[in-house]
Design a protein around this ligand. Structure first.
Ligand code: SAH
Ligand code: SF4
Length: 394
């Protein structure tokens, strides 16, 4: 397990605990990603332009290149004078190099592995939906979703998750997260995905890392997505293992983001094992925070539940889950069942079809809305962190 989680969870204050999940290891502490245009707020960008001695209208031009045309090399911006381009280069360092793109589902799922400035590996996945069998757009049009990483590794240590196995290496900067978004948007617009050129519609913070343990950088990238790239906040989902105080913070942001809570078990005994942060913020507190999020934002919360054979897929647990959710009211939540994507060498595996069907039936009997997530990219190390884990070994 990674260094920050080595202290027993019960002995720490909330602040120390979140700090532990947020603080990089000493080796990484020396090296910070270079500052990028995407790290700055709009106000700070205006200051940068002023400090470079450029007229105010240049701000719109630079943002136009970066946020509307997904261009990040000022050297090619011929509508700006050479001196301005030179000066701006310092604000557009290369934050990540592509190691490999792996595609699946006939090219409609593309997983990209990036090496960051300090060598850490981070992955993200683009998925296109709405194509017919012949890969032409269906009658409802196409949609595209990006799954982004918020940290290199993760300090929560869920035993079934490839990212959790390696522990936390470091937080990604807001710029590093935003760059994942820009590169995906550019990939889609460039017509590199079946279905032809199209926009990025949705972002899910479900790649490597615990987004709420890297709150400021994640929110910076959310703002860049909404205000910069023009992606609807309703199309953005932040997934968390259950950092209760941070769920409350997210509710206060005044943005209609979707909150996804990775529950995976309705009882503390099992969840303590599956999602170790549960020892600090148990099921009841996490669900209360999720319900409060719905109250404040009006956004229906998604409960993520990875079905694991003979671990959490029993009918009694479906009944217990329905009871826990319904005891907090109706219409505020839906359950997203995820067939487990086994990580190499782990004892955890996906549920049997019959058990999965029975789990769904029990939730439906309790009148809890439930869907089963499609297993996009399972043949390309689809579960979070698997591709990066494989490359770190080799
Ligand atoms: N750390 C955050 C977000 C990243 S993980 C969180 O845990 O919510 C995104 C989702 O993938 C979570 O619901 C997580 O539990 C799930 N997941 C992790 N490993 C998985 C695996 N091997 N198979 C299926 N889902 C997995
Ligand atoms: Fe971290 Fe999420 Fe993986 Fe758990 S499931 S180890 S919280 S990335």
């Amino acid at each position: 397990m990674s260094e920050p989680m080595s202290q027993p969870i019960q002995d720490q204050t909330d602040a120390a605990l979140i700090e532990g999940l947020t603080t990089p290891s000493p080796r990484q502490r020396r090296a910070k990603p270079p500052l990028h245009w995407a790290d700055a707020s709009e106000e700070e960008r205006a200051t940068i332009i002023a400090e470079l001695g450029l007229p105010k209208f240049r701000l719109g031009q630079v943002n136009g290149h970066y946020f509307s045309r997904y261009e990040a090399d000022p050297a090619s911006w011929s509508d700006l004078p050479l001196t301005a381009r030179d000066a701006l280069c310092a604000w557009f360092p290369t934050l990540q190099d592509l190691v490999t793109n792996v595609s699946a589902d006939r090219g409609t799922t593309i997983k990209s592995l990036y090496r960051m400035f300090d060598g850490v590996l981070v992955e993200c996945v683009v998925m296109r939906y709405g194509l017919r069998h012949d890969l032409t757009p269906g009658k409802n049009g196409i949609r595209s979703t990006l799954c982004v990483s918020s940290q290199a590794g993760c300090g929560i240590g869920c035993p079934f998750c490839a990212t959790g196995q390696a522990g936390l290496t470091r937080n990604l900067s807001g710029g590093e997260i935003t760059e994942q978004i820009r590169l995906a948007a550019a990939l889609l617009e460039g017509g590199n995905v079946p279905g032809g050129p199209g926009r990025l519609n949705n972002i899910v913070y479900m790649g490597m890392g615990e987004p709420l343990a890297n709150y400021d950088a994640v929110m910076g990238s959310v703002r860049a997505a909404v205000e910069g790239f023009g992606i609807s906040a309703r199309g953005i989902t932040v997934s968390t293992s259950g950092l209760v105080p941070r769920i409350a913070d997210l509710a206060r942001e005044g943005l209609p983001l979707t909150l996804a809570v990775s529950l995976h078990a309705p009882d503390n005994e099992l969840r303590d094992e599956l999602v170790p942060i549960n020892r600090r913020w148990p099921v009841g507190q996490v669900l209360d925070a999720a319900r409060a999020y719905f109250e404040v934002t009006g956004r229906r919360v998604s409960i993520e539940y990875a079905l694991m054979r003979d671990i959490n897929d029993q009918a009694e647990r479906a009944i217990m889950l329905g009871r826990e959710l319904n005891s907090r009211g109706r219409g505020w939540v839906h359950v997203n069942l995820i067939p487990l994507n086994p990580t190499p060498g782990s004892k955890w595996t996906a549920s049997r079809r019959a058990d999965e069907a029975e789990f769904v039936r029990r939730l439906e009997l309790a009148r809890v809305p439930v869907t089963i997530r499609d297993t996009r990219g399972s043949d390309i190390d689809g579960a979070c962190g698997q591709l990066a884990a494989r490359h770190s070994e080799s």
